[in-house]
Design a protein around this ligand. Structure first.
Ligand SMILES: C[S@@+](CC[C@H](N)C(=O)[O-])C[C@H]1O[C@@H](n2cnc3c(N)ncnc32)[C@H](O)[C@@H]1O
Length: 329
């Protein structure tokens, strides 16, 4: 359900309490001068007219009001990602602090082709504030993209790298196509949606713009709803939405291999700890390096590398049995 109206009034009228699983939204930046929206070498005639800004003086109250509605509409455990430039960031942080939402991460999205400046640094990042409503289970799929055991060519964990809080994702340029003044790239939205929601979840966007959040959400077989006050954008994008097929993006997703670290994070019994330590001592005695022994044990026991590493570092000296076997060899 999409509504061509102000999101504060619209949410009050159309969104039930505790009804949304996730909100991904990108409010107007309140920057009057328009600079942050300018793209290098872009043909501005392809940009849909009528983008509605919020005056700088109104920004604190505006942020407080829409975020209060967002908080009310989220289900307990539901999460919100708010994309913000740096100019009005403090007002969004203050408005978030006035809610009962809990901070999960403050992410930085670094994009290509920042706003050029000759006498200062080039502005090439946005902030993404990831918060959650208390009182329920927050959806977070840690293996949405990579299994715990997947490594890059240098041996680094792909899962760890993908979950760092600075994201390098390029903007989309779409030359010759109609676009909104500021469109979030599908790769950025896919990342937030896959980590933080499940199929059929209801995803809200209070500032639809090009409907990018809704389009990717539907493509990933989620449901979507939201508001856009600009009639030009709303009418054009509703026609675009009608061309989409729900779930059509799923086939193009990379399927991570099954996660072999199935016991990661689960409590460890004394018996399992003793078995791991004893295995390690046997491996060390027969010439395994610490790194390869820990890697092997991590796979065998389905536990994280660092948890095994800590365990063996704190382990007592080899038992008499292990020493005897070593001597016998
Ligand atoms: C930064 S853009 C959103 C861009 C969008 N995330 C995308 O990827 O295309 C903000 C949008 O909010 C709309 N807007 C401004 N004030 C609004 C309000 N009170 N209620 C609903 N939409 C509003 C603007 O017209 C603009 O399209």
């Amino acid at each position: 359900m999409f509504y061509n109206c102000d999101c504060i009034a619209g949410a009050g009228k159309y969104l039930a309490d505790n009804s949304l699983d996730l909100i991904i939204t990108d409010p107007p930046y309140g920057i009057g001068g328009d600079k942050l929206h300018k793209h290098y070498n872009r043909d501005e005639s392809k940009v849909i007219d009528g983008y509605v800004e919020v005056a700088e003086k109104d920004y604190p109250e505006f942020s407080a009001k829409w975020l209060k509605e967002a908080e009310r509409a989220l289900r307990p455990g539901g999460a919100i990602y708010v994309v913000s430039g740096y100019t009005q960031l403090r007002h969004i942080l203050n408005a978030l602090a006035a809610t009962k939402l809990q901070e999960v991460n403050h992410l930085i999205w670094k994009y290509n082709f920042g706003v050029y400046a000759s006498r200062k640094y080039v502005s090439s990042h946005y902030h993404i504030l990831y918060y959650a409503k208390r009182g329920g289970e927050r959806t977070f799929n840690p293996n949405a993209f990579y299994a715990d055991s997947e490594k890059n060519a240098g041996g680094g964990s792909l899962n760890y790298l993908d979950r760092e809080d600075v994201w390098l994702i390029n903007r989309e340029y779409k030359p010759g196509k109609i676009k909104n003044k500021n469109e979030l790239p599908a790769a950025l939205l896919t990342k937030m949606l896959l980590y933080s929601s499940r199929e059929n979840d209801l995803i809200g966007d209070f500032f639809l713009g090009s409907f990018a959040t809704a389009k990717v959400a539907l493509g990933l077989n989620r449901r979507a709803c939201g508001f856009e006050i600009n009639k030009n954008a709303f009418d054009y994008q509703m026609r675009e939405m009608a061309k989409l097929r729900r779930g059509e993006l799923l086939a193009g997703l990379r399927a991570p291999p099954p996660n072999r670290l199935v016991n990661k994070g689960k409590p460890l019994s004394a018996t399992e700890t003793a078995a791991i330590v004893e295995n390690y001592q046997e491996m060390a005695a027969s010439g395994w390096s610490k790194k390869s022994a820990v890697e092997k044990l991590s796979q065998t026991y389905g536990r994280g590398y660092w948890s095994i590493s800590r365990m063996v570092a704190a382990s007592p000296p080899p038992s008499a049995g292990v020493l005897f076997a070593r001597l016998a060899e």
